[in-house]
Design a protein around this ligand. Sequence first.
Ligand code: ATP
Ligand code: MG
Length: 243
Amino acid sequence: MRAEHVPPLLALAGVTVDHGALRAVHGIDLALHEGEVVSLIGANGAGKSTTLAAIAGVLPVADGEIRYAGEAIHLLPTHQRVRRGLALVPEGRGLFARLTVAENLRLGAYTRDNPQAVAEDLERVLALLPRIRERLHQQAGTLSGGEQQMLAIGRALLARPRLLLLDEPSMGLAPRLVDALFDTIATIAREGVSILLVEQNAALALELSQRAYVMANGLITLSGTAAELRDDPAVRHAYLGEV
Ligand SMILES: Nc1ncnc2c1ncn2[C@@H]1O[C@H](COP(=O)(O)OP(=O)(O)OP(=O)(O)O)[C@@H](O)[C@H]1O
Ligand SMILES: [Mg+2]
């Protein structure tokens, strides 16, 4: 159990994010401690992906602060955040379809300069994702949806993340593949990687997480332990498909 005085690994304070003239995220606070899996759930258009993009540095913050590992990072370019151990697996996976699986994996290590360590991590990632090892020389675009999601996660792991930001990993996958994928994500978490998970499948997300935040219309409307949220009538009705 963590000591209460340990500062969070990730802390958002009053974070506001715009898409041009549209304000998508309105001054949210969010914290994640080292070793935690925290979910961000909410309806379509709530601002979940926008929040992850701001943490990763893909979108600028209009106001507020993002602290990570004791440092304000919201003004750093993306690659410097990756170097510090923040890796995003974006919605839609963001693979290079015409590059091979191996080339996509290598791109995950683009900020790293120790080839020996990268080679060791590649072995570890391929041990975790055996289906990917069998397809190293295939074009990424020819993989199945489930394999592509595994590859996207594998690529992010090659950045040697301390915090993995996962945006809708189960999207478009058959239930059997979703189970396998979430087993893999649970293994990654057990190995000590902290995870901020955005997931449409709230039941699954709450199963894997210690805590969660609910987002609606660019605001955090509710937060608590996974058990608290699972028992919350509003969450049950709106996100767990119960009446
Ligand atoms: N590139 C963009 N340009 C303009 N508006 C955008 C852009 N991306 C998102 N938005 C808007 O910002 C708001 C938040 O979108 P966001 O993608 O963060 O939601 P989300 O919670 O991830 O939804 P979903 O569950 O559908 O993925 C929405 O109103 C959306 O229409
Ligand atoms: Mg989204």
